[in-house]
Design a protein around this ligand. Structure first.
Ligand code: GDP
Ligand code: GDP
Ligand code: MG
Length: 321
């Protein structure tokens, strides 16, 4: 029986960074491939290299504003240091992106082991169809369970036929309880029931799944507001967190969804999924630089362990390793 478990903790951390690096492989190889073409035959960072770099960043889905922020910083550096060789460029881009990200917000990485401010702590998960809401709920539940917390899920996606069964499978995997009604039931009623059950069972965490919807479906955005209102009637201040899930592989579209969703719902955190399957991982840099709402988690695979707490410095490190 281990007494301290420091070595194991160290191992777990290494494992986390490795998973992150593996998940970002496509983004990384695409970015560095473009970067090496951008500086080919050049030994000094000049206007032309900067123009090429701009193109590399924009086509890596970093977004125009953030690209200009990064280029501005590098220009400044070139002015200061007079001669900057293209060999140094990697290191400079890395440190400028890291500084940009670390200076733009003071949000701290989430911690599943930290004491929760509310009991139960209620999290509602929203987003368009297929972005990974249900999967993310399963992964989050797993992490809270591993931290010794009691988790209840509410199947408030009553719209899609297989949605309840899918969440049921995740509840079993994660060791969470599931509150459900029937296909077609009122999602607000499911949310209400779930919170009542969570209170009486003294749960620590509640995760509410919702049906995918487009921001253009006004009625559905209103439905979301209703689900939210009903929860507050059951538990004061609930939901305490509203996570908007975005599919990173949709690139700039994800940014647009974030803009419009946050106009209708008080989103408290963002989740960017499917980073493992895309070269558009630069979107994470753009969103964390431009959005006032913090990126809280990222998804790097379909498995239960493929959720990562978003940590700006770990992200930059993984991208440039
Ligand atoms: P929902 O409609 O928003 O609830 O989305 P689902 O949770 O049903 O996920 C849609 C699909 O995306 C499923 O096939 C998931 O396995 C997949 N998916 C979710 N998250 C990730 C991820 O981080 N990486 C990968 N590769 N696939 C994911
Ligand atoms: P699909 O054709 O089955 O993919 O479904 P649509 O997204 O076209 O929706 C069909 C109808 O159901 C439309 O009138 C939508 O407004 C409505 N609808 C879609 N999603 C939801 C939902 O989550 N809740 C409710 N109550 N209605 C929905
Ligand atoms: Mg779902």
């Amino acid at each position: 029986m281990a007494l301290f478990g420091y070595r194991r903790k160290e191992k777990e951390l290494e494992n986390t960074q490795e998973r992150l690096e593996a998940g970002l492989e496509k983004t990384r190889s695409s970015f560095f491939g473009k970067l090496s073409r951008a500086v080919a035959g050049k030994d000094q960072v000049d206007e032309e290299v900067l123009d090429n770099l701009e193109e590399v960043l924009v086509t890596s889905d970093v977004g125009v504003k953030t690209t200009l922020d990064i280029i501005g910083r590098i220009e400044e550096r070139v002015r200061r240091d007079k001669y900057v060789s293209t060999k140094e460029l990697n290191g400079i881009i890395r440190s400028e992106i890291a500084e940009l990200l670390l200076s733009s917000s003071a949000d701290r990485p989430a911690d599943f082991n930290a004491p929760l401010p509310n009991r139960p702590h209620v999290i509602m998960v929203v987003g368009v169809n297929g972005v990974g809401k249900t999967t993310t709920i399963g992964k989050i539940a797993h992490r809270y369970r591993a931290a010794g917390k009691k988790v209840v899920m509410g199947a408030a996606d009553t719209f899609r036929a297989a949605a309840i069964e899918q969440l049921e499978i995740w509840a079993e995997r994660a060791g969470a309880e599931l509150i459900k009604q029937y296909h077609g039931a009122d999602p607000a009623a499911v949310a209400f029931d779930t919170l009542a059950a969570a209170k009486s069972r003294e749960a620590d965490v509640v995760l509410i799944d919702t049906a995918g919807r487009l921001h253009t479906q006004v009625g559905l955005m209103e439905e979301l507001a209703k689900v939210k209102r009903v929860m507050d009637r059951q538990i004061d201040g609930a939901p305490h967190e509203v996570l908007l899930v975005l599919d990173a592989s949709t690139g700039q579209n994800a940014l647009r969804q974030a803009e419009v969703f946050t106009e209708h719902v008080d989103v408290t955190g963002l989740v960017l999924t499917k980073l493992d399957g895309t070269a558009k991982g630069g979107i994470v840099i753009g969103i964390s630089n431009e959005f006032r709402i913090p990126v809280k988690y990222i998804g790097v695979g379909e498995g239960i362990d493929d959720l990562q707490v978003f940590d700006r410095s770990a992200f930059v490190q993984a991208l440039f390793n």
